[in-house]
Unconditional design. Structure first.
Length: 319
């Protein structure tokens, strides 16, 4: 963590303490959630989507990180921290995504004695970070893991199951309701995983070029490799040498498709496109490969995962 982030978090902590004192003095204890519902704070969109799909009418879900915002550099506000203290359940991605800003700097300042804090990737088989040929991450995620689990339907199913179990434990009276909704979400994710496996089974290529090296769990499960313009954490920008290496790789392997998440800057991706077209004269296409950080292009979380499959098929299968 750099000094600016530390100063910011110290300021938030002080403001938060003042806000709590004001709440106590004024006797303002109005809940943030509707009475009779489990109050859930999820750190970002995929977790909120899963929680809402399973919890339905019996949960009230707040998302900390705004939709389609870079999750690595976001910082909480005072109102976010107040909401965390009033939650019945806090849902984290884990695998280092929320560290150190949340686990090390926010949680110790909160009284969470009556709150369940759920790390949805705890106990799951995680990938080491920095697997790409051109990735050297100077701003490593704590624990050394790739945190982008939710992009894989297979991993997302395991995360959703942990959310389901937490809701049942908190509210056993509605376990049958949660169970039915969990089975529906599980079926959707399992079906997507099966489609990925079947429809990418006969790949004619085994490499993709991405704007952000966040697709390691897709690569690992479905048998291909990513080379990224921006590294795993999205903090380190590519050097001229990195971009030249990617151009050389694309020329050498006859790759004419670039994948871009629409929430990220497209400048480097379009620079690659222009240079490759200049060197080879071939037409280079840019396709969307969603990170699913919020609803976008009229697509929700599951629809974005399904769209990713179609984009990958276009780039990895024969025409």
């Amino acid at each position: 963590m750099n000094s600016r982030q530390l100063i910011f978090l110290l300021g938030v902590a002080l403001a938060f303490s003042a806000a709590l004192a004001a709440i106590y003095i004024l006797g303002d204890r109005q809940p943030q959630v509707q009475e009779g519902k489990i109050g859930v704070v999820a750190t970002f969109y995929p977790l909120a989507y899963m929680t809402q799909e399973i919890g339905g009418d019996h949960v009230s879900v707040r998302v900390l990180i705004p939709y389609n915002t870079e999750v690595h550099s976001w910082q909480p506000s005072v109102s976010d921290m107040v909401a965390l203290t009033k939650a019945d359940l806090i849902v984290l991605n884990g695998a280092g995504l929320e560290e150190p800003w949340f686990k090390e700097n926010v949680m110790p300042s909160l009284n969470l004695s009556k709150t369940v804090v759920l790390d949805t990737t705890e106990g799951l088989e995680l990938l080491a970070q920095g697997g790409g040929a051109y990735e050297e991450d100077d701003h490593a995620h704590t624990g050394g893991h790739d945190p982008h689990t939710w992009i894989s339907p297979y991993m997302a199913e395991k995360q959703a199951e942990r959310i389901y179990s937490a809701l049942v434990e908190l509210d056993p009276a509605h376990s049958e309701y949660y169970g039915a909704r969990w089975e529906s979400l599980k079926a959707s994710l399992s079906s997507l995983d099966a489609r990925y496996q079947q429809e990418l089974a006969n790949k004619s290529r085994n490499e993709i070029i991405t704007s952000h090296g966040a697709y390691g769990y897709l690569c690992s499960r479905y048998g291909f490799e990513q080379h990224s313009v921006i590294d795993l954490s999205a903090d380190k920008q590519p050097s001229v040498q990195d971009l030249r290496a990617l151009v050389d790789l694309m020329v050498g392997h006859n790759i004419s498709i670039l994948y871009l998440d629409p929430t990220y800057s497209a400048s480097y991706t379009y620079a690659l496109k222009s240079e490759l077209e200049r060197q080879t004269g071939m037409r280079v296409e840019i396709l969307k490969l969603y990170l699913a950080l919020g609803p976008i292009d009229g697509k929700d979380y599951l629809e974005q995962l399904a769209s990713n499959l179609e984009s990958l098929k276009y780039g990895l299968l024969d025409d």
